[in-house]
Ligand binder design. Sequence first.
Ligand SMILES: Cc1cc2nc3c(=O)[nH]c(=O)nc-3n(C[C@H](O)[C@H](O)[C@H](O)COP(=O)(O)OP(=O)(O)OC[C@H]3O[C@@H](n4cnc5c(N)ncnc54)[C@H](O)[C@@H]3O)c2cc1C
Length: 486
Amino acid sequence: MSSRAKKVLILGGGPAGLTAGWKLATHGVSVVVLEADAQVGGLSKTVRRNGFSFDLGGHRFITHNVALAEEVQALLGDRLEVRPRKSSIRLKGKFFHYPLDFGDLIKKLHPLTAFQSGLDYGITSIVQKIKRRPDESLEDWVKNRFGRTLYNIYFGPYSEKLWGRSPGQISADWAAQRISLPNLWDVFLRLLGKKADTPKTYATRFFYPIGGIGVICERLAEEIQNASPQNKVLLRARVKKYLHTDNRINAVVYEHNGTEHQEEADFFISTIPLPELINFMYPPLEQTLRNVAEQMEFRSLRFLNLMLDMERVSDNCWLYIPEPQYYFFRIQEPKNWHPGNVPEGKTSLILEIACNYGDETWQATDKETAERCLDSLDELGFHVRDKVIDYFSTYARHAYPIYTLDYKEKLRTAFTILSRFENLVSCGRQGLYRYNNMDHSMEMGIMTARHILEGIPREEIYRIATEAEIFEQEHRQAYASLRREN
Ligand SMILES: Cc1cc2nc3c(=O)[nH]c(=O)nc-3n(C[C@H](O)[C@H](O)[C@H](O)COP(=O)(O)OP(=O)(O)OC[C@H]3O[C@@H](n4cnc5c(N)ncnc54)[C@H](O)[C@@H]3O)c2cc1C
């Protein structure tokens, strides 16, 4: 295969960048990865302390791409396991199935609310069949499918807590891709007990590596470095400028150990946040594009990681907490993801708190954050205060791209201008400003490598994770070659 580049510079050492680097390195291309963090993995990293492993909010590997699942299995060998999943919603003092199940709702909600929800849902489903109402926002999408009552008690408060703004200001695209939908007949059969509780589009098990999700990226980085002594994965290397002339990128400027360096290459794969790529271009790009970059916002997350001297808090992998009076929107228990995430006889919790970068929640001390979290845990009935061994925070500044109502227009402008750079691909969750999973980012990495190696069109990369529905699919065949299920 004759590659179109001898040396490729990859900006960002998360799943997208490292998968691209791995594929290129195995074809003899020289690869340098620059990663700003002190470890690889990006949002899919694992932070380890005193025998406890914490992902940035638990991460499971699920995919419908069988070839990718097999590659990840080959990469991890015995370290990859298939794990069962249990997740719930805590609402009005009770625990409900996740995703919402009507039979469960009817049994547990106050009879009046249950009746109202069922009636609303039934009428909405029938009205939608006769004349479909338009979906502009997340709010429209949910109300047009589940009715007002369920929107008001669950979807509305949860979305508002997560996004920090009204669901009327978030594009319906997000809901369509992320919320699995029961159909009326399905619900009816489930109420009669003639169908399984879990919709078929919903993953009930997942791949998870011993040692935490971060092991996938750690293995990819090893493979890149093992392929040639010239290959490098440089940590604490923050890119600051992309130098360009005549529609080509020539080099990037980055900071490492307090000094500025410059690195040249034939081709550049950028997986850092799209607005930063736009702003780092030197000489600066058109003002229109910089204005667009300014408007591309991200919702941030802060995670409080609690280490506990007790066997278990609950049997959930994760628990959704939609009500606004509680400080976090989700509780994860890493031991339920994999027992190897904690020392013998101990457990831990990850409390996920939505915020904006630099706001009061982001800046609060660990002690203040722990106090607020422990108060909320107490109110929820999880009395773990006297079991706390230690705690610390982790952060994700670019956790969720905010799909405002006009986000597609902004992206069109950005990619029209950026596509003039023939030796640059911006991809991955941050690089495409796309709410995608790690398997999608890995697929983008593979396609980007093929773009460089075989000349497949860039559009093939951009098409990944644009399906109308990409929620939590699993593919049974993906597990077929992995015999050990735990
Ligand atoms: C709370 C949460 C839970 C999730 N759960 C799941 C899950 O269960 N399963 C799943 O499949 N997906 C999950 N995801 C999504 C998954 O984390 C991402 O899809 C995946 O990590 C994206 O990979 P990426 O390489 O595209 O981007 P990232 O992982 O964001 O990597 C980008 C990298 O670029 C680096 N970088 C940024 N700026 C610079 C710079 N200036 N210079 C150098 N480096 C820079 C960053 O440090 C980072 O390492 C979850 C995401 C969140 C936020």
